[in-house]
Design a protein around this ligand. Sequence first.
Ligand SMILES: O=c1ccn([C@@H]2O[C@H](COP(=O)(O)OP(=O)(O)O[C@H]3OC[C@@H](O)[C@H](O)[C@H]3O)[C@@H](O)[C@H]2O)c(=O)[nH]1
Length: 455
Amino acid sequence: MIRQYLKFRKTITIACVLSLLFLIFLILTKNKNSNSSELTRHHKRLDDDFQDIGYREFDEIPKKEIYVLGEKKEIKMELSNTVEDSTKRELREVKAKVEQLEKKIAFLEGRIPQKYPEVQYLGYKERKRILVTGGAGFVGSHLVDVLMIQGHEVIVVDNFFTGRKRNIEHWFGHRNFELIHHDIVNPLFVEADEIYHLASPASPPHYMQNPVKTIKTNTLGTINMLGLARRVGAKILIASTSEVYGDPMVHPQPESYWGHVNPIGPRACYDEGKRVSETLAYSYAKQEKVSVRVARIFNTYGPRMHVSDGRVVSNFIMQALQNLTITVYGNGKQTRSFCYVSDLVDGLLALMASSYSLPVNIGNPVEHTIEEFAVIIKNLVPGCRSTVATGAAVEDDPQRRRPDITLAKKELHWSPKVSLQDGLQRTIDYFKEELSRTTFYNNQTYIDFKVKTSH
Ligand SMILES: O=c1ccn([C@@H]2O[C@H](COP(=O)(O)OP(=O)(O)O[C@H]3OC[C@@H](O)[C@H](O)[C@H]3O)[C@@H](O)[C@H]2O)c(=O)[nH]1
């Protein structure tokens, strides 16, 4: 048995070696197959990813042939280059869109009106802080516009009894502009270099409506403003009126005329109120060394008068625009001289800037009867079918009024520039606009007005 084993020993060894070699071969073959399928799976994943990216972002899908064993690294690099290109392309597209939007915004901004009227820049030495009482009113708001445009800091004080926010709303939020809702009958503490004291109702029906308030505004209010001027060392301009001449016995009226006023009549609250204002101004000037200016303002008209202001210009224009009867109070033979608001503002500025401290008339000396004036307005409104009617006269109505402006010409080098025709045309355009804004209009300012004759 042992002898037989030894005989086949060599054969058995050879068979074992061959089996072992076969086994090794089998193992190697298996490994190779598994590596290859793993790579295939990997390729498949990459392929899917590229398909996905290509579908969304790329123009060309990377070629499949490049996925061969041993080139894995290179494939990855190409992949990252392609992603980089895609990001750059995305950025370019976004940039183009932003540029497009910027152009659109610039175009739209061009269509929005500039927020504020353009104002000049003044250095700190020239720039003044200017207080305007009654700055939301008809005259006050025009003055505020000029002061703002000149580049000053403007503080408006108004109790909105007759003033309106609308007149100054175009300055709201401007860094040079401040609005204080305040009644100057109460003291006010602000800093100012100059004060334009314009606060007071100015239309006869308005100032007659609350006579005590009118007197308080022109006496207590003026004392408060003069006191403020004294405390802060400001120059102050008092807005007085042609009404200080009352129903004048001298014609035209020079500043030297003392007037003819009924101290207990319906107009006295205003006429006497303004006369006391003047007296207070010169008392503060004499006793407290306050630098005062006094403007005697004659009849003024222009845009921003209220549709129901009640004065002759607004009444006649509103009546003419609506083909209503033009209501002349009395026989219409009384006279007035009308000054356009921009001329008045120029006069006030010239007076404040001057060294002349006595009262100065600011008005337009072109005089018309009220009857003539009604016809002038009627003719300026195209297609107007209004009739002109005379009615009951107003108590204490001044019969003649025309400013002597010799002093203003000499001391202020000022005289009015706007003709009645031009000024009225601008005012008519304004009221047309107002009418189209609102259907409301209360024409019955003097409620007891009775039509007597029509012609
Ligand atoms: O509808 C009207 C309104 C007024 N009038 C007359 O037109 C004339 C002017 O009257 P207004 O009411 O416009 O103004 P007044 O001249 O009476 O007062 C004005 O004077 C100067 C300013 O300082 C003041 O703003 C204001 O008091 C008056 O004779 C008045 O009776 C009419 O005939 N019809």
